[in-house]
Design a protein around this ligand. Structure first.
Ligand SMILES: Cc1cc2nc3c(=O)[nH]c(=O)nc-3n(C[C@H](O)[C@H](O)[C@H](O)COP(=O)(O)O)c2cc1C
Length: 366
């Protein structure tokens, strides 16, 4: 199973999660240069942005890199639902001296309909490409495979894992309920099984023939060792990297993330229109308040709701209130550290070796 790492060309079983809006070429380069797999989240950018980010990353590292796109079903605009949502947010906009936007836009295109992004990926040929929120069609998969790319998909259930394997993915990223950021569920219409990382990763290792990368709540070498002992070939860490100086996280986000035992997370759909794990903040409190209202107001489809979420964050931030940001974080947030990415990777590798020595000592005693 370490064949996946050999195919990619890395030694450390550590993947930095692609994080749209937070990961940067500087972060990914530092991680890849340190011997792990650095990644760019391209889900919130267009083809030109992707080309520029990949070129910047390639100029900063000759090591393997990973890029990620969003494969959600295109949103269904619904003027009535959108205006009800904006009306529900209006009093909060008002507190910060602002009006909600008159209408909402689809701020990102899904990879399922973005031919320009497909062309950009084929042209720049990154060695590892992953998909979040679903799987592209067979033609897109074939076009990317023809570049020689190793393909991976985030999955949150055994059924999604099997679908990813059937579609020809080279590996799956088992994203547990603990994970920070958007949940990669394929179909929002089906009940979410909410499987934790341990249960999901282990079940996928047993059920699939392709390698499994574990993600969700993994913050240190002991967590990576735990993932490997479940049979995962690597661990993908997001929250652990957010406070690295190389990310584009705002200072308010960093401060909230590094608040130690006080940091709490919750799953919310109110910020973007899809479930995502976020630090408990003003927006998640508002989301709970709206969810308790009768009749219940539900956010528009992703990413239309995100247009409103970003506007509210901007209005509040302009008045000095930073608690309406998309402060994504996983359940392991109390363990977050702020280290330069190269030092974080070296620390994770050291901790992983120490965990290995503990396991070996235990086996000798047993
Ligand atoms: C700030 C942030 C942004 C994220 N953005 C993406 C993304 O663009 N694409 C993706 O596949 N996963 C994204 N994720 C989810 C990660 O791939 C991964 O599942 C998650 O970070 C693992 O949980 P952890 O944060 O507890 O380590 C994001 C996670 C965070 C924390």
């Amino acid at each position: 199973m370490t064949q996946l790492l050999q195919r990619i060309g890395i030694v450390l079983p550590i993947f930095q999660a692609p994080m749209a809006g937070v990961s940067t070429p500087a972060l990914a380069a530092a991680v890849s240069n340190a011997g792990a797999l650095g990644a760019l989240g391209l889900g919130a950018t267009d083809a030109d942005g992707a080309r520029a980010a990949i070129a910047e990353l390639r100029a900063a590292t000759a090591r393997p890199i990973h890029v990620n796109v969003f494969v959600h079903g295109p949103p269904r605009p619904d003027a009535a639902r959108e205006s009800t949502w904006l009306a529900a947010l209006a009093p909060t906009f008002g507190k910060y001296g602002a009006e909600p936007p008159a209408t909402l836009r689809t701020i990102y295109r899904s990879f399922v309909e973005d031919d320009a992004m497909l062309a950009a990926l084929v042209e720049s040929a990154p060695p590892v490409i992953s998909f979040h929120f679903g799987l592209p069609d067979a033609d897109r998969i074939a076009a990317l495979r023809a570049t020689g790319a190793i393909l991976m998909a985030s999955v949150t259930s055994i059924a999604e894992g099997r679908a990813a394997q059937r579609a020809g993915m080279d590996a799956v990223v088992a994203q547990g309920w603990e994970a920070g950021g958007h949940r990669g569920v394929f179909d929002l219409g089906s009940p979410d099984e909410q499987l934790g990382t341990v249960a999901l990763a282990r079940a996928l290792v047993r059920c699939l023939d392709v390698p499994v990368v574990a993600a969700g709540g993994i913050m240190d070498g002991a967590g990576i060792a735990a993932a490997l002992s479940l049979g995962a070939v690597a661990a993908q860490l997001g929250t652990a990297f957010v406070a690295c100086p190389e990310t584009s996280a705002s200072s308010a986000y960093r401060t909230a993330l590094l608040s130690g035992d006080r940091a709490r997370t919750v799953m919310t759909s109110a910020i973007s229109g899809r479930p995502a794990r976020c630090l408990v903040n003003r927006f998640t409190a508002l989301s709970e308040q709206l969810a308790a209202q009768t009749p219940r107001v539900t956010p528009p489809d992703y990413p239309i709701a995100y247009d409103a979420g970003k506007a509210l964050h901007a209005a509040a931030a302009a008045r000095g209130e930073h608690g309406f940001g998309a402060q994504w974080a996983g359940q392991g947030v109390a363990l977050a550290r702020s280290l330069p990415a190269s030092e974080l990777v070296a620390t994770l590798a050291r901790e992983l070796r120490a965990a290995g020595r503990r396991d070996a000592a235990f086996s000798r005693q047993a």
